[in-house]
Structures are given as C-alpha cells and as structure tokens.
Design a protein around this ligand. Structure first.
Ligand SMILES: Nc1ncnc2c1ncn2[C@@H]1O[C@H](COP(=O)(O)OP(=O)(O)OP(=O)(O)O)[C@@H](O)[C@H]1O
Length: 716
C-alpha cells in the first residue's frame, strides 16, 4: 500500500504561501514580551503615520527593491518622458500656430467662411511670434555660449529636457499618450507595474484615476508569473474574476493562461487579488498519469485525485456526501473523467458499484468484474433493468435509514453514515456508487407506464429515482455519478440537476449548455465551458460541491483530468476484484448473482411520493420550472398560500427575468401580496399564489399548455 506516498490533498497549502508572503506582518514570538513593548509594536503596526515600509522586514525589503528598480529604470524613463514631451509640445505648438481652437469654434457655429480672414491673420501673427521667439532664444543661447562657453549649452539642454520631461511625464489616467501601435504587451507587466495598471484600466476593472497597490512583486512561480495586488478601495476581487477574459485580453495572453484568485483568510480581503500568468499553454503536454495507478488500495472516503489545474496543483474530488455530473460534447474525455472517481471506488473493496453504460461499448466492460449491478446497452430491456436496479437502491436507501435510526449514538452519532459503519459488514451499508455513462439514453426513454397510480414515461421515472437517490442517498452512503453528452434541460430535468452537488463541464457547444452543467449564470461569473479548446481533451471546468479553499468566489477551477488508457483501467478493475476477493466483499453481478433483491414496492412508492412529482398527485412530465417548484415546495404547495418570487428564484437558482418569462408562458402571473417578515413587520412583495401554481400544474396535466422544457428553458 503506497497511497501514503501521494501528496496530501491540499489546494490551499499551495495558494497560501502567496497570501502569507504578502502579509507583511510577523509579530509572533515565542519569548514573552514586556507590556510596553507590545503596546509600542501594536501602535507601530497600526499607526497610519508610520510608513508601511517600516512596519516589517519584508516590507522594508520590498521598499528597497522598489527603490532600486526605480533608480535603475529612471534614466530610461527620463529619456522616454523627454521624447513624449517633445512630441506633445510640437503637437501643442502646431495647434496653436494654426489657431485650431478658434477655427473649431467657427466651424461649429458654421461661421468658418466669415472668420476666414481673421483666422488667417491670426495664423500669420502666430508664425511671426514663433519666429521671433525662436530667433531670440537662439541669440540668447549664442550669447551665453560666447560669454560662458560650453557649460551654458549644457545648462540650456538640461533645463530644456527637464521641462520637456515634466511636460511629457506619464500622468495617471492619460492613456492618450501611449503609442497607437505598441509592441507585444505580454510579460512587460512583470517588469513594469505601470503596464499592469494600464491593463486593469483597459479592462475597465479600475477607473482612469485609480491605481493598484503591489502587495507582492511579480515573481516567477512554477511555470508562470505570479503577482499579488490590492485593488483601489470599493473595487472587488470578485469582479476581476468575473472579467478575467477582458483582463487576459489587456495583458495579451489567452484566458486559459490567466488565473485570478481572491486572496482569502489571514492577509486576504475582498480587494486583494492573486494573479498568475502561465508562460505557455498550461493544458498542453503529454497526458497526466493517474496517481491511483500506483496504489494498491484506496479509501473511498478520501477525495480522489481528479486532475491538475493550470498551476499544476492537484485537484481532488470528494465523493462521499455528494454526487457528480459530467457533461460534454462527444470525444472530449467524458468517459475518461467519469472513470477517475469510479477508480477510487473500485480500489476500495468495501464499496459497492452499480455501473450502467448507456453507450453499450467496451468503455465500462472491465468494471463488470467488480460491479454489484451492471447494465450495458440502450435497448428497452436495458432501460428496464436500470429502472429495476434503481428501484432496488431506493428501497435500500429507505432500509438503511430505518436501520440507522435503530443504531446506538456511539456507532451512529448523527444519523449519517460514518467510515466505520460503511466498513462494518454486519451493518450492510457500504459506500454505494451509481455510475451511469450516457445517462440521457435512459432519461429520454418515452415508453409510457403507470407508476404509483400515475401515468408517466420510463425516462421521467428514472429521473425521479435518481433525484431521490442524489438527494437522500448521500446521508446513507449512496454516491450518484452521471455523465451525459446532452446536458440540456429536457435530458436532465432541473429537479435532478439541482441535487447533483459537483459538476464537471468539458467542452460544450455554447454557454447555455455550460450553464446547464455548471449552474445558472456561471458564464457571467467567468466560467464558460464552451470557450475551452477542442484540442484540450480532458480539460474542463470543475465546480465542486461546497466551497473551495480559495473561497466561495472561486466557485470553479479549470482542470485537466488525469488520463488512464484502457489497459490501465482494466488493471484497476482487476486489482479491485482481487481486493474484493481477499476481503470477501464480491457480490451481485461480479459474483455471478444477478437475481433481483426482494423489495417492498409500496415502500418505494411512498418514499418517492415525498420527493418526486411522479407520485405526488402531479404529472411526472411537468414543464420546467413547474416541476422544480413542485419539487422544492413539496407539501408546502398545499399548505402555503403565497410564495415570494425571490424565494423561488433563489431556491431554483434561476435568473428572475427568465423565471418570470417561463412562468408567464405557463399562464402564471406574479402578484403583490402582504407577507410577514422575520422582524415581525408586514411587507408587500411580489410572488405567486400557490392556488395559481396548482392551477398551472392541473393545466399541464391535461396538456393545456405545452412544455417549455428544452434548451431554452435554461437560457437566461
Ligand atoms: N485527460 C485526458 N488527457 C489526454 N487525453 C484525453 C484525456 N481524456 C480523454 N482524452 C482523449 O480524448 C479521447 C476521448 O475520450 P472519451 O472517450 O473519454 O470521450 P467521451 O467524451 O467519453 O466520448 P464519447 O462521447 O464518444 O463517449 C480519448 O480517446 C483520449 O485520447
């Protein structure tokens, strides 16, 4: 067992050094300090009168580096300022001598012809003045040269160039002084922070009069350049993350090369941004070897290595307590990505696998050797087998809940599965994963059947079963992993999507599909899987369940998944089988036993009625967002009178305008109604009467209104 050799999961550990390096304060000391000294240090650190450079050794070092850089750069900056001053004064003189201001004013009042003679006279006069001044200046210099010699010339040149440099100095927020066709901008910002400031201005992330504060100078870090900056007050790091593309354009790099993170925790704040720019395409190069190929055994409770981000940091994926959906257009690496978490579960002999492959190829064939339930194919019999096994699992989830409620507090402290429970074979609650590749094959089956007294399609029923498992299953150790090449709302209804915790979007067709996998409005937050390159196989945007270490604003990470070829995948499955043989946990299909388990079907119907639309007295194929509303409200649909719009859009993670439009199409209009607030007052808010929602459901049931489900349903 050499899993210990793997680097421990810890994305934050690789980020934090930047944060702490940036935090210039180090007042920790093991020696007890006298009180007056601590008070003095406290004052010193906090006083605005003490320059920041004197507050810590690191800050002083940085100030010294800055000063040295300034001194070394100043001759070149002076020459450039003189050149700019020369150009600016020549332009200014030209405008003056040609009486531009007067000419423009006359032109604007359409009196140019009347003023022509006046303008001409003034032009001649100004030429004369120029001539006189030039002659007088030349004469003065000549006299000074005769009287004082060459020194006078040097003094005159010095004064002249200083004046020109003053005139041509780069003023903050004066972009007009830049050359129209500048050279390539990439990486110049690492040398000259002003270029970085300009890029932020060009990307409209700061105003013309605003600037940035360098917390940590640009330094080469890994295979790219890193810099930490503070935005001006009131500007937010999250906006920089949102407009990463504009910033990448301003810095002249591909957006895949630019990583923007908000610095969190100690030393971080809402306006502190960490930027990292890769030297080259960070997602090219040979495929990344899957670390689990070198381990004998894996604990399903440990996050599984999933891939690496642009900075080559390992990205792990937590499996227990959550579920995963992988969406992509064909041939982008969906199956390969789905096999990674599957491998983590296969290498844990105490976990149980339900593997269903809608494609029917040999991608998942090797998993037959370890799977408790295995279905491969898209025929009607396969869809029915998947349904039966899912029903079996729903019954199993219920049985686990009731068995768990009978357990001692010592064994089961929180009515949730624990590692010890999952490995105790007497309790019979192993971590159970349902892995379905090309899940759309099963969800799109249109055979109409009756379930729990209601007519519905087989696909909708499977969606309900999966929704139940993804929602209730995690607490008792059920993990749902779905992969689809059609991530539209017809295929994966929102009620199912809403309960799938982790999302991974490889390249998709457009931002709508990307949002369907990653969540509403993720494109506006800077995450759009349609912008990934076709050549980047296995590269996708991972939005893990819960917050990442980088904080809630860094909701997703572009990740290149590890790669496993077929032979390696087979070797993992063979190892999984050997481990199960040794542990005596081989069961079901892998042990040659495909006989269905006896289940209590009425209990399944009852369980589903609490959570799905199928059996709750409402039609299973309700259009969105009605189905999701029914799913969200449950019994409240009958018990409450009124639901505020904000509550519904929040719960459904929907854009309010799209929600209003879709509800309008279902003939459900919002009204203003008085509702009591938490502080005891009564406020008038917009929302829907549940009676109207119920009426829309009835109309949908009698097919009066057409389904709005479809890709448009998820558009913004
Ligand atoms: N992480 C990766 N690194 C490098 N190459 C990869 C990676 N993942 C997938 N690929 C390449 O992409 C190809 C397609 O992968 P895969 O079969 O997983 O795609 P898919 O999306 O499941 O396709 P389909 O939709 O046809 O099932 C693979 O043959 C492999 O060469």
């Amino acid at each position: 067992m050499n899993d210990a050799a793997l680097p421990t999961p810890g994305r934050s550990r690789e980020v934090e050094p930047h944060i702490f390096d940036a935090e210039l304060v180090d007042n920790s000391s093991s020696e007890p300090q006298p009180n007056w000294w601590r008070r003095f240090m406290n004052w010193w650190q906090r006083s605005p009168r003490v320059p920041a450079a004197l507050k810590s050794r690191l800050a002083s070092k940085q100030a010294a580096t800055d000063t040295l850089a300034f001194v070394l750069r100043s001759p070149w900056r002076f020459v450039r300022a003189v050149a700019r001053g020369l150009v600016a004064s020549a332009r200014g003189w030209r405008r003056w001598v040609r009486v531009h201001d007067y000419r423009d004013a006359a032109e604007q009042s359409e009196k140019l012809a009347d003023k022509f003679i006046e303008i001409r006279e003034l032009t001649l006069f100004r030429w004369k003045v120029t001539g006189v001044v030039a002659l007088a200046g030349a004469a003065a210099i000549a006299v000074a040269y005769v009287v004082y010699g060459g020194t006078a010339l040097w003094i005159a040149t010095g004064l002249g160039s200083a004046t020109l440099a003053m005139f041509g100095r780069r003023k903050d927020g004066a972009p007009g002084r830049k050359a129209v066709l500048a050279g390539p901008r990439s990486l110049t910002w690492t040398m000259d922070p002003q270029v970085l400031v300009d890029a932020f201005r060009d990307a409209k992330l700061i105003g013309k009069d605003e600037s940035l504060r360098l917390v940590e100078r640009a330094a080469h870090d890994g295979s790219g350049w890193a810099v930490t900056i503070d935005l001006p007050a009131t500007r937010k790091a999250v906006d920089v993350i949102k407009h990463r593309e504009a910033l990448a354009s301003a810095l002249a790099v591909d957006e895949l090369q630019l990583i923007v993170e908000r610095v969190r925790g100690r030393g971080g704040h809402a306006g502190r941004v960490f930027l990292w720019v890769a030297d080259d395409d960070p997602h090219s190069g040979p495929p990344l070897r899957f670390p689990l190929l070198d381990v004998e055994f894996w604990d399903a409770w440990r996050p599984v290595p999933f891939g690496r981000d642009a900075r080559n940091r390992r990205i792990d994926l937590q499996l227990v307590w959550t579920s995963l959906v992988v969406g992509a257009i064909p041939r982008q690496g969906k199956t390969c990505a789905t096999r990674l978490p599957a491998a983590g579960l296969i290498l844990d002999p105490y976990s149980q696998l339900y593997v269903f492959d809608g494609k029917g190829g040999k991608d998942w064939q090797a998993a037959e050797a370890v799977a408790h339930r295995y279905v491969c194919g898209d025929e009607q019999e396969h869809v029915e087998a998947v349904r039966d096994y899912l029903v079996e699992l729903v019954a199993e989830v219920q049985a686990r809940f009731s068995r768990m409620s009978a357990l001692d507090d010592d064994i089961c402290p929180e009515s949730k599965i624990t590692p010890a429970i999952s490995r105790d074979r007497d309790l019979g609650m192993p971590i159970t994963a349902v892995i379905i590749d090309e899940v759309q094959v099963y969800l799109e089956n249109t055979t109409r059947e009756e379930y729990g007294g209601k007519k519905t399609t087989l696909g909708a029923y499977i969606a309900d079963l999966l929704t139940y498992l993804a929602r209730k299953g995690p607490a008792v150790g059920v993990v749902v992993i779905l992969a689809t090449q059609r991530p539209d709302s017809n295929t994966i209804p929102s009620r199912l999507r809403a309960v799938l915790g982790s999302r991974f979007a490889l390249r998709v067709m457009d931002w709508r599909d990307s949002n369907i996998v990653l969540g509403e409005q993720m494109n506006t937050r800077g995450f759009d899987a349609s912008t990934l390159l076709p050549s980047h196989k296995g590269v996708g945007i991972l939005r893990p369940d819960g917050d990442t270490d980088a904080g809630a604003d860094t909701v997703a990470t572009t990740t290149r998944t590890y790669y496993m070829n077929n032979a390696e995948w087979r070797s993992i499955c063979e190892r999984g089988r050997a481990l199960r043989d040794a542990a005596g946990t081989l069961s079901g299909h892998a042990a040659g036993d495909d006989s269905p388990r006896a289940i209590d079907r009425t209990a399944v119907v009852k369980a589903m009625s609490g959570s799905s639309v199928t059996n709750s007295g409402t039609p299973a194929d309700l259009p969105e967002p009605l189905a999701s509303i029914v799913d969200y409200l449950g019994d409240d649909l009958d018990q409450r009178e009124f639901v505020p719009t904000a509550e519904l859009t929040g719960a459904l993670d929907m854009d309010p305008s799209v929600f209003a439009k879709q509800m309008g199409e279902l003939e459900c209009r919002p009204t203003r109604h008085r509702v009591p607030t938490e502080d005891g007052e009564v406020r008038r808010v917009r929302g829907y009467f549940t009676a109207d929602i119920r009426a829309a459901i009835d109309r949908a049931g009698s097919d009066e209104i057409s389904s709005t489900g479809g890709p448009e349903a998820d558009q913004q």
